[in-house]
Design a protein around this ligand. Structure first.
Ligand code: KIV
Ligand code: ZN
Length: 512
């Protein structure tokens, strides 16, 4: 392989992705996602923005310590304090990277930074030199590069490379470019910067005009060798270029791009599901590659064609990205061995203890549901891996509701092995149950968002509820799973409360 054709995949799900409105992941969830990204084979994981909050710092440090394989990057502004904090967090990684950024467009200089071009250039050079004292791998991003004065940007890029930047990122921060323009922009910079051969050029495109993936690919065709992207395209405002679309475009159109990635393709779908579950950002059904309709053929003509020859209407196979359609079902007579074998097929390698817990849940589900599919099994395993300790767990739920009656809920929660019970009424079953939970926990949440979907088809399907709950001015994601949708709803509410409780404990412990 010609090394010049190797493209480096830089995943920013945990940094730019986490800047999506309403998304907030705790340390354990970030580590879980980072581990999955490493399994997928991304080259660089941007684990967070360490100076932004103590939680961000802890997450970057934990990922640097535990995730092996990819380079672990931390973001920082171009100041010594930011760089120190980032280095403090990433230095534990096998291969750390400091990613420092400073805006380069006149609009940002005038209104945001209130600095001259000369001052910004000096600051950028100093930051890169300072970061290089700690770390051999330093990336510099010229924020809002695509709206910057070209001659000035060229001068700035030359200067940061001379100062030691190993990677130069030219972000389309506000998603303002279109592909031809962005490709030309990248080509011009690489051609006109005298020392451009001393650094890797990177793209980081936002999706405000729906062009993030197309712009990123245009950048790659014009000399960039690193792509910054996020799983499911999440990120600031309309999001970042979507990781799965980039990967599959380069794979499917290999003859055109002739670029190489080092990715385990069949981990794509699992990565997408994990990020969607933990962030609470549901993937739209028609989303390319990972949407539930991405490989569905509705029209008779299409179905007929696919049955005769798959390639009539499919340009890639679902199995390649880890979507397994041939779902041989398990049921209540399936034993531990069959269950373990299916988990292995799905790529889950559980410890004996985890396997035992998952098997109990599986048997419990098999009592309620005749046929258990891969999607059910994955949902159970993911529920189990929800990564935070359960201070409050649901033991009993009784709802009485119907036409012309006041919905009433009786809830029993287990706290430290002790049962606590309360009853409440509400305008609907969910409100009644949540009020009863609030009475027991003495934590009062406001349900901001609620999404219910069936994991599979069938009247006995598992219902998965993703909710966003506001508690003391912070938003927590909750997830609940059950064949009973009210139970799934209450579980998701309790999950959010558990997250709040856990976070509070962490803060209290840090303070003491
Ligand atoms: O969009 C952007 O410019 C960024 C930089 C901080 C890389 O996210
Ligand atoms: Zn960005």
């Amino acid at each position: 392989m010609n090394d010049k054709n190797r493209i480096y995949l830089f995943d920013t799900t945990l940094r730019d992705g986490e800047q999506s409105p309403g998304v907030s992941l705790n340390v354990e969830e970030k580590v879980e996602i980072a581990q999955q990204l490493a399994r997928l084979g991304v080259d660089i994981i941007e684990a967070g923005f360490p100076i932004a909050s103590p939680g961000d710092f802890q997450a970057v440090k934990a990922i640097a310590r535990s995730v092996k394989g990819p380079i672990i990057a931390g973001l920082c502004r171009a100041t010594r304090a930011d760089i120190d904090r980032t280095w403090e967090a990433v230095k534990y990684a096998e291969s750390p990277r400091i990613h420092t950024f400073l805006a380069s467009s006149d609009i940002h200089l005038k209104y945001k930074l209130q600095k001259s071009r000369e001052e910004v250039l000096v600051q950028a050079v100093e930051a890169v030199k300072y970061a290089r004292q700690f770390c051999p791998d330093v990336e510099f991003s010229a924020e809002d590069a695509t709206r910057s004065d070209l001659d000035y940007l060229i001068e700035l890029v030359e200067a940061v490379i001379a100062a030691g930047a190993t990677v130069v990122n030219l972000p389309d921060t506000v998603g303002y470019s279109v592909p031809d323009e962005f490709g030309r922009f990248m080509k011009t910079i690489i051609e006109r910067v005298p020392n451009s051969d001393k650094a890797i050029f990177s793209v980081h495109c936002h999706d405000d005009l729906g062009m993030a993936v197309a712009n990123s690919l245009a950048g790659i065709s014009n000399g960039a060798r690193q792509i910054e992207c996020a799983v499911n395209g999440i990120g600031e405002r309309a999001g970042n270029a979507s990781l799965e679309e980039i990967i599959m475009a380069l794979y499917t159109k290999h003859a055109f791009y002739q670029k190489e990635l080092n990715i385990k393709y069949d981990e794509i779908y699992r990565t997408s599901r994990l990020v969607s579950t933990l962030t609470g950002m549901v993937v739209q059904p028609n989303k390319a590659i990972v949407g539930s309709n991405a490989f569905a053929h509705e029209s008779g003509i299409h179905q007929d064609g696919v049955l005769k020859e798959r390639t009539t209407y499919e340009i890639m196979s679902p199995e390649l990205v880890g979507v397994f359609k041939n779902n041989l079902v398990l049921g209540k007579h399936s034993g531990r061995h069959a269950f373990k074998a299916r988990l292995a097929e799905l790529g889950y390698d559980l410890s004996d203890e985890e396997l035992q817990k998952a098997f109990v849940k599986f048997k419990d589900l098999a009592d309620k549901k005749k046929e258990i599919s891969n999607d059910d099994i994955e949902a159970l395993v993911k529920e189990q891996g929800r990564a935070i300790p359960e201070r409050f767990s649901l033991e009993y739920l009784h709802i009485s509701s119907g036409t012309n009656m006041i919905p009433t809920a009786t809830v029993r929660l287990c706290i430290d092995g002790m049962p606590f019970e309360a009853a409440a009424t509400g305008s609907g079953s969910m409100e009644a149950a949540c009020q009863a939970v609030d009475k027991i926990t003495d934590i009062y949440g406001r349900l901001l968002e609620y999404k219910l979907h069936a994991v599979t088809g069938g009247k006995d399907a598992l219902g998965e509820v993703l909710s966003k709950v506001e508690i003391e001015d912070k938003i927590y994601n909750g997830r609940g799973l059950s064949t009973d949708i009210i139970e799934a709803s209450v579980k998701s509410y309790i999950h959010a409360i558990n997250r709040h409780y856990y976070e509070k404990q962490l803060v209290n412990n840090q303070g003491s």
